[in-house]
Structure formats: C-alpha cells, structure tokens
Ligand binder design. Structure first.
Ligand code: MN
Length: 423
C-alpha cells in the first residue's frame, strides 16, 4: 500500500476531522479564480493546492512534468502521463504536506502562492468526457424496479446476474456540481386510454450513483481483463443521474432511456484516485450463479463508501432522504470494464462510466425517489413539514460520499444541483 495512505500521517495544514480532504486523500480537480485561468489543483482540508505554481516553483522537479499539463482546463493530459507519474505526484504532494517535512511548511512565501481557500475558487469540469456509459449494477435497485414495474416473483430479467447491464449515455450534458438546470419538458402519457401529451416532466427524480474515469486508453479490438482493470481506472466521482420518470415510462421501449436521462447529470468536482480508495476495499454480494470466466475476479473489489442524499427545499434546511453505500454493488467496476471491452470496444482517457443507481437492501438506503416513495405512494416528509413524492421546482439535491476507517475520512465533497422551473 502507498505510503500516502498511512492513517498516521498528519499535515502541517490544519484539517478538520470531518473534512473530506485529509492528507490521505489528495483528490485532483480543475479550478479557477477571479484572477487565474483554469488549472490543476489538489484539495487539502479547506484549501486547494495549485499544481501549476508548485511545478513552476520546482517542487516537482524530479518528476520532469511539462507545466502545460497543469495549466490546462482538463485533467486528461495529466492523466495521460500514466499512473506511475500521477501516483508519484500524489506521493510527492503527500510528502510536501506532511507535518515532518519542512520544504513547503517553512516557506511562507511559496505557501502564499500555491494555497487558496476552496471557498475562493470556482471548480470546473475535471475532465473532457468523450463517452459516457451508465450501468445498472445494484441488485437491490434492479430488484425494486423490477418488482414495481414487472413481476415481484421475477423482478430481475434473465440476463441480470450474468452480465452487468448498461447503456451508452450522453456526455454533453454532464455538468459540474452547483450547475442549476431547468425542469425538462417532453412527451408523457399520463392516461393509458388517451394520446400522449407534451409538457414539463412531472416525475423528476435523482439517481444516486458514482462514476469512474478511464485513466488509460485502449485500441479498438483490445480487451481489459478484471485483473488489469484497475490500471485503466484513474478515480471516482459522485454522480447524480437525474431522471424524468414519466418521460422514461413512455419512451424507453424497446431501446432504453433517451430524453428521460440526457437533459443533465451532475458530478462532484474532485476525482478521488483509486489509490486513495484502496484502504476501503471490501467484499460484495456473493455472485450466484457463477459468472463466466471473463467476469471472474480475485480479492475484495467493492469499496465501503457511505453515500448520503439530501433534498433542500428553496426556503428550508436540507433533509436526509437516503443513506446508501457503494459496497452494495453487485457488479464491480472491474467487471463492468471487462464486460464493456470484451467485444473489442475501445475506451479513452476521460470516458466516464457510472454505476447505476445504488440502493441498499433497506428502505432508508434506496437510491432514487422512485424507490424511496415507492412510485409516489409513500411520500417523504421534509424538515419544514412539506412532503415530496419526487423533486419539486427550486429543490436542490445534494449528494455526499465518504469512506471512514481507522480515524481517516476520505471523501468526495458535494455533488449538488438545483431544479429550476421549466422554461
Ligand atoms: Mn442511472
């Protein structure tokens, strides 16, 4: 395990115990300020470390990195340096921020140049996303949906336990946390016996997901195995796959989701590296029946990531509506990637692969309003006394995620978005 993950490490920068960004995390993102153009940063406590200036000041000299990868509006070129280099950068930063290292600790002038308060910066999309795929890999979510819409006795379709079901989504409408959007409009069919109507979506939902970012490209015809999949995964973000349920119901047969999904998806701004998540690996559901050989894997490949969803009405405080966990995934990222490429489909740096809605086994851990309110039949109460079946205009949905073990909390920050009234 990397030295950067040592739970006993402390930074000379004060980090609140409840911060998502202790020295053991060091996630990468793109930020800008009023006076600076977009650049690569690393979060530490309430601060952002400016890697472009760090490199310019010589702190990464031994790594010999061209500064253009840091003065860049996306992380793609940095990621393209390869894990050997990007991990070395993370480890060098860990060293420089460690309490016992004096290089930056005792250089106040450099500190003034390389550290900014997170509250003073504006986070940008971390990567240029080429392609986006959404899986459907939570067994509790798939079972809930199958129970509601099909047959409780045969909730999972026959293929579900044999392959990680997924579909190709749209990258253009993936937005950074804090981006508001208008309620989508579209065709729905509220009455069975009558023709469809056009208008604002009435059943707007969130989907609690995570996404991983491809860190190493492949060529057409190449396959990624479960064994080498981690080499191709740079890191993870939180992902809200906003969904228009009434539009989805009318449009999705036979080719799956289309306009019900592509109006907006929100991601958290910091990419937590797979390396920072390694200490939190855990086992998952037992896969029965046995999967085909190309989907078999060794070791613990799930990750214990607490996932919370809150709804904040316009004029009230936020209410927790779900507490789930990434460990509830049936199919792992490694299996998803092996399956995605088993036919020779190539992947590129910056591609994003979302998990699918992550529901746990109990009602308080369901990952969508569809399940939490069971199609609107069991509304949830907000702290201000109002009720929600789905998401109202001017509601903000906030997702937070973090791992915690041995006193170390490695988190993702927030993934939030506000729903404005339809245009
Ligand atoms: Mn989804």
């Amino acid at each position: 395990m990397s030295k950067a993950n040592d739970p006993s490490l402390k930074s000379w920068i004060e980090v609140d115990p409840n911060s998502d960004f202790p020295i053991q995390n060091l996630p990468f993102g793109i930020f800008k300020t009023q006076s600076s153009s977009p650049r690569v940063g690393v979060a530490i406590g309430d601060n952002v470390l400016d890697l472009a200036i760090m490199n310019k000041l010589g702190f990464f000299d031994k790594l010999r990195i061209d500064n253009s990868v840091f003065t860049n509006q996306y992380l793609n070129d940095f990621i393209a340096l390869g894990k050997q280099t990007t991990n070395a950068v993370r480890e060098r930063i860990s060293q420089l921020l460690s309490a016992d290292n004096s290089e930056l600790r005792d250089n106040k002038e450099a500190q003034g140049k390389v550290l900014q308060y997170i509250s003073n910066v504006q986070m940008q999309m971390p990567v240029k996303i080429g392609d986006y795929t959404d899986f459907y890999s939570s067994i509790d979510h798939a079972t809930n949906v199958g129970t509601m819409f099909r047959d409780p006795a045969n909730a999972l379709l026959p293929n579900w336990k044999h392959l990680p079901v997924g579909y190709h989504g749209r990258a253009s409408s993936i937005v950074i946390s804090g981006t508001d959007f208008h309620r989508p409009k579209g065709q729905t069919k509220p009455n069975e016996a009558e023709p469809p109507v056009f208008g604002p979506c009435r059943l707007l939902d969130f989907e609690l997901e995570t996404a991983f970012i491809i860190g190493k490209s492949t060529s057409l015809g190449e396959n990624i195995t479960t064994e080498n999949a981690d080499d191709h995964i740079f890191g993870m973000v939180l992902f809200n796959d906003w969904s228009a349920r009434d539009i989805q119901t009318w449009e999705y047969v036979p080719l799956g989701p289309f306009l019900a999904k592509n109006f907006a998806s929100t991601i958290s701004p910091w990419i937590v590296t797979l390396e920072a998540l390694e200490p939190f690996r855990t086992n998952g559901y037992k896969q029965e029946p046995k999967v085909l050989p190309y989907l078999e894997y060794n070791g613990d490949k799930n990750i214990d990531i607490n996932l919370d969803v809150f709804i904040k009405p316009e004029t009230a405080e936020e209410t927790l509506v779900s507490h789930s966990n990434y460990k509830f995934m049936y199919w792992t990222m490694e299996q998803q990637l092996a399956h995605h490429t088993v036919n020779g489909c190539n992947v590129n740096i910056g591609d994003m692969m979302a998990s699918g809605t992550i529901s746990g086994p109990t009602a308080d851990s369901f990952g969508s309003m569809l399940e939490i309110t069971w199609r609107g039949t069991k509304p949830v109460k907000m702290k201000d006394g109002s009720e929600r079946k789905f998401i109202n205009d001017n509601d903000t949905v906030i997702m937070r995620g973090y791992c915690k073990k041995e006193g170390v909390r490695v988190g993702f920050g927030e993934c939030k978005g506000k729903v404005l009234p339809a245009k």
